[in-house]
Design a protein around this ligand. Structure first.
Ligand SMILES: Nc1nc2c(ncn2[C@@H]2O[C@H](COP(=O)(O)OP(=O)(O)OP(=O)(O)O)[C@@H](O)[C@H]2O)c(=O)[nH]1
Ligand SMILES: [Mg+2]
Length: 422
């Protein structure tokens, strides 16, 4: 008997609908959606474009386009249709009925990738919460037709409809997830508090997905994090200590990348993770300057930074992938034009010394100057000044230890009671 060959399950074939893109101008937006489909484990079967000044309520895209799409989808043997927009439950249901196949929007596609990537408990909880909050308002339309069919002899009277019980279940699950995330968050706060007793400054990498954040983290700290051209290679945050050549140390965090139209449910669910970003002392905004639409990506990141209330955190702009630039002078021009920016290649390591110098300069600025007379029984405070700041003068007197130092604000406030007022 011939042995059965192990076979890969066939990949789901997806047909894409780009909305308001132009092949000539928006190639990178279209490539981005294709990248998302591949990251979700699907195969692109084909695509079409739709110009829309105003989406229709029933099907988002126009009725003529729906007919056209039906033909394309069956000609290409597509299992699923992806619309590069956020659809309502009613639009999804109507499109699925008209096309006879599953319909997925941009948000569900991104949520799907996240669901496949989340590894830590917190990451999984956050993704599940995002999925439920996305689905809850869409449950209604899934059951509307079904509910209509249910009414009738023998079906009347008290009792819960399927929709009501499903909704109740989802709401209960959402409440439970929120509670669990709260619990993880409390634990994090405790960790953060213990870190503020040990106030090494923190720096967060932010940037568009695939900008090179993890590659930069690997080069700066010698970690071996996954760096991949696939969007959302990183989901769960990683923090490592970095020591510069002149002995200055800081914590560097690599975290989830941003994308245009990042689903709001995802931003809300990832609040705990993103709060870390908002509380950093400095952000390193990594930009893939070799990407044709790096300016659009930069703007999307700046918008997200605002949504997570991190726009008050000082930021250094890191123009990455300069090794891949066809015009190498671009990097020089950008650095000259943008304050607080550096040009690097996370891959080859060029410019990394400039980067650590800029980081050092920034973090030094946030150190406060203090002159204090510390009683001998509190001499541990002097030790801390050495550890977490720079001691400029140290004098052992009869009445205590006179210290002139530059320290981070947390320590400055601890020394304040002993400050020497001139
Ligand atoms: N040529 C070149 N490629 C780079 C450079 N930095 C990163 N890359 C490549 O860009 C791709 C994405 O890099 P990652 O480090 O995974 O990007 P990321 O910002 O962490 O992306 P996400 O985790 O998905 O948000 C990988 O294929 C890297 O090898 C660089 O300086 N030059
Ligand atoms: Mg990464």
């Amino acid at each position: 008997m011939p042995e059965a060959q192990p076979t890969q399950p066939p990949q789901e074939r997806l047909f894409l609908v780009f909305v308001n893109t132009d092949e000539a101008d928006d190639k990178s937006l279209e490539d981005e959606l294709e990248g998302l489909v591949e990251a979700a484990g699907g195969e692109v079967a084909g695509s079409t474009r739709q110009r829309l000044s105003k989406p229709t309520k029933a099907t988002y895209i126009g009725s003529g386009k729906v007919e056209e799409l039906k033909v394309y989808a069956s000609e290409t043997a597509s299992d699923t249709v992806v619309v590069d927009a956020e659809l309502t439950g009613i639009q999804i249901r109507n499109l699925e009925e008209a096309l006879g196949r599953r319909v997925v929007d941009r948000t569900s596609l991104i949520l799907d990738i996240f669901a496949g990537r989340a590894k830590t408990r917190e990451g999984r909880l956050q993704v599940e919460l995002a999925q439920y909050t996305y689905r809850l308002p869409r449950l209604m339309s899934v059951y509307t037709k079904f509910e209509r069919q249910r009414g009738g002899i023998g079906m009347r009277g008290p009792g819960e409809t399927k929709l009501e019980s499903d909704r109740r279940m989802v709401n209960a699950r959402i409440a439970k997830l929120r509670e669990e995330i709260e619990e993880v968050k409390r634990h994090r706060h405790l960790q953060r508090e213990s870190r503020s007793n040990n106030p090494v400054p923190t720096v967060s990498l932010v940037g568009y997905t695939s900008a090179g954040k993890s590659t930069l983290m690997n080069s700066l700290t010698g970690t071996d994090l996954l760096a991949d051209a696939m969007p959302f290679a990183t989901l769960d945050p990683t923090t490592r200590r970095v020591q510069t050549t002149d002995g200055f140390t800081f914590f560097l965090t690599d975290t989830v990348g941003f994308i245009r139209h990042l689903p709001t449910q995802l931003v809300a669910a990832f609040r705990a993770t993103l709060e870390e970003v908002a509380q950093a002392d400095l952000l390193l905004h990594v930009i893939d300057v070799s990407h044709e639409d790096w300016e659009g990506q930069r703007d999307a990141v700046l918008e997200t930074i605002e949504t997570i209330d991190a726009s008050g955190v000082p930021m250094v702009t890191v123009f990455n992938k300069v090794d891949a630039l066809s015009d190498p002078s671009l990097a020089r021009r950008l650095v000259a034009e943008w304050p607080d920016s550096v040009a690097v290649s996370a891959l080859t390591g060029s410019g990394l010394d400039d980067l650590t110098a800029v980081v050092h300069r920034h973090l030094r600025n946030r150190f406060g100057h203090i002159e204090a007379l510390i009683p001998y029984e509190k001499s541990a405070l002097v030790e801390s000044c050495h550890k977490f700041g720079r001691v400029l003068r140290e004098e052992y007197r009869d009445d205590g230890i006179l210290v002139v130092a530059e320290v981070v604000p947390e320590w400055r406030s601890k020394l304040e009671p002993y400050a020497v007022v001139e």
